[in-house]
Design a binder for this molecule. Structure first.
Ligand SMILES: Cc1ncc(C[n+]2csc(CCOP(=O)(O)OP(=O)(O)O)c2C)c(N)n1
Ligand SMILES: [Mg+2]
Length: 281
């Protein structure tokens, strides 16, 4: 797709993904705060960076390693038309096809990622295999800062750099939050860029919520030769919905009753109207 849409168009899509995340999560709760914070990354990926194929899917491959955060992928795939909001409202329900943590083969998901820390190795293997086949497909793998505490991630970085996998782009959601508190208190992961660089990767640290910066970073990743690329996104839970970011404790899991969903949706509606007025005016 790449640059067929303006930055403003992509910002509007990101707000719609945030709206979908709230609509989906308000039924039974979930990892809403992470989904909201990753909406810009996801909009950039699905609506600009990954190339569509002729069969209504994507030429490039996306590996979600932090499977519990699948909510923003669902939110994006509702905007692409691959899921309906009605389907997604069954998220987290017994018997639903819309698993909170999806399994391999479910539409949109390459791997079963419930056990954290596995995605980067699988993505590196995939990138290596695609290169062996002479394919020009690129592989994007999103994982979380808690996963940086697992050795398998560093084996993946070592392998990817050794193999010079420049068709591989790691995206780290460096939100300084994990199940039992802030990463900085539980088991510090910083300095993240320096660690990946020591393993032989090219890195860039960004907010993860500035669309122009995201596109520029994806451009740099694509232009990088002979090395895997790591974009480190310093997101914060609820990024993009101020009323929730200010009102809520930095809770890792969002219980349904913990959030004023209507207030969040009202802010999203106002943001969306303002952006659409700017686009149309
Ligand atoms: C190997 C493994 N250990 C523990 C868990 C349980 N668990 C689910 S979410 C989570 C915390 C995740 O924090 P982080 O990886 O930073 O993801 P975030 O929620 O911030 O996106 C944990 C420990 C798991 N799914 N897999
Ligand atoms: Mg985290």
């Amino acid at each position: 797709m790449r640059r067929n849409q303006s930055i403003l168009d992509l910002e509007i899509i990101a707000v719609k993904i945030r709206r979908n995340v709230l609509e989906i999560c308000r039924q039974r709760g979930g990892y809403a705060a992470q989904g909201v914070a990753l909406a810009d990354v996801t909009a950039a990926l699905y609506f600009d960076e990954m190339r569509p194929d002729s069969e209504g899917w994507f030429h490039d491959r996306f590996v979600l390693s932090n499977g519990h955060d699948a909510i923003m992928t669902y939110g994006a795939l509702a905007e692409t038309g691959h899921y309906t909001i009605e389907q997604l409202r069954t998220y987290n329900e017994d018997g639903s096809q819309v698993d909170q943590s999806p399994i391999e083969g479910q539409l949109g998901f390459e791997i079963t990622a419930g056990s954290l820390g596995q995605g980067p190795s699988q993505a590196a293997g995939l990138a290596w295999a695609l290169r062996q086949q002479g394919s020009d497909k690129r592989v994007y793998c999103l994982f979380s800062d808690g996963e940086l505490q697992e050795g398998n991630v560093w084996e993946a970085a070592m392998f990817a750099a050794h193999q010079k996998l420049d068709n591989l782009c790691f995206i780290v959601d460096n939100n300084d939050m994990q199940a039992s508190g802030r990463a900085v208190d539980v088991l510090g992961v910083e300095p993240v860029p320096e660690k990946f660089e020591a393993f032989g990767c090219k890195t860039r640290r960004i907010t993860g919520t500035d669309m122009a910066e995201l596109l520029d970073t994806f451009d740099e990743a694509r232009a990088t030769k002979g090395q895997p690329y790591v974009m480190i996104c310093d997101t914060r839970l609820w990024d993009g919905i101020d009323c929730l970011q200010q009102a809520l404790p930095m809770a890792h899991y969002t219980a349904k009753a913990a959030v004023d969903w209507d207030e969040g949706l009202a802010e999203i509606t106002a943001t969306l109207s303002a952006l659409e007025a700017r686009r149309d005016g």
